[in-house]
Design a protein around this ligand. Structure first.
Ligand code: HEC
Length: 180
């Protein structure tokens, strides 16, 4: 009787210890699973972050910024022709801001560093033009304006868009603005 009681007790102890061991290893499994889930979630988040910033780059509307510059160049011409230096400074400043925006967005188009080209080819001519306008002299203005205009077209050639040719506007008849 005593012997069988001892056997039952031993069996109980063994069984209990085994259950404890199982609980312990299950807890460990849970921990591993939880950390794996965390990792997977982080990867998904990182992935979507990357996707977001990629989209940002792709989404820079270069043609819209260019169209804005074309309009400013057109208006700048008429402001200068009318010796309206305040208005000329205004449009030069708008051109400067648009170029700064292109530069800040690190635009790459078909493998070409558009922002870098804008910075080296055109931006320095904005600063020159600003100085020319300060002198309030039409000849000096035209010189600065033509230099900037040439850099627009030179950059179109450099960036394989030589078919976009910007010219000096001829008449302000069709523009709904008074430049005097
Ligand atoms: C990187 C050098 C670079 C400079 C500097 C530059 N452009 Fe451009 N321009 C481009 C590229 C590249 C495109 C084509 C954009 C595209 O593919 O969406 C373009 C497109 C254009 C377009 C076509 C969009 C339209 O609405 O018709 C115009 C206009 C234009 N540029 C005007 C100008 C003017 C004006 C200047 C100077 C004040 C200028 N660009 C300076 C590279 C340049």
């Amino acid at each position: 009787m005593k012997v069988s009681l001892a056997i039952v007790a031993t069996l109980c102890i063994v069984f209990f210890s085994f259950q404890q061991f199982k609980i312990h290893s299950l807890k460990n499994d849970l921990k591993i699973l939880a950390s794996k889930q965390q990792e997977a979630l982080q990867k998904i988040n990182l992935g979507s972050d990357k996707e977001e910033s990629k989209k940002e780059e792709e989404h820079y509307e270069l043609a819209l910024a260019m169209a804005r510059m074309q309009t400013y160049m057109q208006k700048l011409h008429f402001a200068g022709q009318n010796e309206n230096w305040k208005l000329a400074q205004f449009y030069t400043h708008e051109l400067e801001e648009t170029m700064e925006d292109i530069i800040a967005h690190n635009v790459v188009d078909e493998g070409q560093e558009i922002s870098g080209l804008v910075k080296t080819m055109a931006f320095p001519n904005i600063e020159k033009l600003e100085k020319n306008i300060e002198s309030e002299n039409k000849t000096s203005f035209v010189k600065g304006y033509q230099l900037l205009l040439r850099s627009c077209n030179n950059c179109h050639v450099a960036s394989k868009h030589e078919f976009i040719k910007i010219t000096t506007p001829k008449t302000e008849d069709f523009i709904n603005q008074d430049f005097k």
